[in-house]
Design a protein around this ligand. Structure first.
Ligand code: UT7
Length: 323
């Protein structure tokens, strides 16, 4: 029997503290005007000192499970995407597993930076379709504020903290219009490591390090690869851009999102954009945007939703979901 991974709940969590562009402009040589015009960002959330990635992940996961009418004991699998784990090891996923009261199955992290949610979704979807698990929780959670160089105006203004999660259930595939994940498409190119990386790590320096980025080159690569992978995902399913109800992109820069929409010929009002309030929350940005658009009724059952992201590695990917 063919199976498809249906989304049965989603949830998001943002830390309480809001840091506006104006607040950053008081300590850095930057301005609200520059940040808004070049990125679309107006403010970001920053985790409290006591708040860890696993805490944000747990809150988002609890909300997703509640919406699905489930508890941790219903889960077989947790795949958590993060580049800012609580510890070098064990994974942040096992901490969430314990807090959710999930005592069976498996929980692990995947690391594809800003593309992490798509990579985690693909991993869980594959496990569900193969019958390795029946119910999976996919989480994107980050505390990027901990790896930013707060003196580097070229990077520290761009990111925020947060978490989002979806619950997937394996269901029999009933015809081509069945709800669920239609396909996922993953790519990476390690030759582009040096344009977006962290300059520390357990093996390299024994310290956590700080994010470094050649923004202009990442921008150029993002528009090119995202357009390609979106085309690939549509072609794999015999779809046209006009078939899509929503594009839910990774939220790195409104100019990247607009450029991809233009290349696709997709109307901007079919795009879910949260960057103004969330900034770039890396692996959390797509599930946070999904949670917002599902909660406010924009994304409804039966809608065709395209997800896409690009991040350090470089990594990039896309997925199409019939909601
Ligand atoms: O999520 C992972 C993927 N990441 C991305 O997709 C990010 C992709 N890159 C970008 O979004 C953009 O390249 C940035 C937002 C990072 C930068 O925008 P840009 O239009 O590419 O600016 P730039 O780096 O070419 O810099 C233009 C100018 C420079 O000054 P000069 O050399 O022209 O005098 C920068 O020093 O803007 C300056 N600048 C700033 N000015 C005020 C850089 N950061 C700031 C700042 N405030 N925060």
């Amino acid at each position: 029997m063919s199976l498809r991974s249906q989304v049965v709940g989603c949830g998001g969590y943002l830390p309480e503290r809001i840091v506006t562009n104006e607040e950053l402009a008081r300590r850095l040589d930057t301005s609200d005007g520059w940040i808004r015009q070049r990125t679309g960002i107006g403010e970001r959330r920053i985790a409290a000192d006591s708040e860890l990635t696993s805490d944000l992940a747990y809150e988002a996961a609890s909300r997703a499970l509640q919406r699905a009418g489930m508890s941790g004991s219903d889960l077989d699998l947790i795949v958590l995407a993060t580049a800012t784990p609580d510890h070098t090891f064990p994974s942040t996923a096992v901490k969430v597993q314990a807090r959710l009261g999930m005592k069976r199955g498996a929980a692990f992290d995947v690391q594809a930076v800003c593309s992490g949610f798509i990579f985690a979704l693909a991993t869980a979807d594959n496990a569900l379709r193969l019958g390795q698990a029946r119910t999976a929780l996919v989480i994107g959670a980050e505390t990027f504020s901990r790896i930013l160089d707060w003196t580097d105006r070229g990077t520290c203004v761009l990111f925020g903290d947060g978490a989002g999660a979806v619950v997937l259930n394996a269901a029999p595939l009933e015809g081509p219009a069945a709800r669920g994940v239609l396909s996922t498409h993953l790519h990476s190119d390690g030759r582009l490591h040096d344009i977006l990386y962290v300059d520390g790590g357990p093996s390299l320096t024994g310290t956590t390090g700080h994010l470094r980025m050649e923004g202009r080159e990442v921008f150029r690569q993002a528009v090119q690869h995202l357009s390609e992978v979106v085309d690939e995902a549509l072609a794999a399913n015999g779809l046209q851009p006009s078939d899509l109800d929503w594009l839910v992109p990774h939220q790195a820069n409104t100019r990247i999102i607009d450029a991809v929409c233009r290349k696709l010929g997709l109307a901007p009002n079919k795009t879910v954009v949260t960057i103004e309030r969330h900034a770039n929350t890396s692996a959390a940005s797509i599930p946070l945007a999904l949670d917002e658009a599902v909660s406010d009724g924009r994304i409804r059952p039966g809608h065709l939703v395209l997800l896409e992201a690009l991040g350090g590695g470089l990594t990039w990917g896309a997925g199409i979901v019939r909601w």
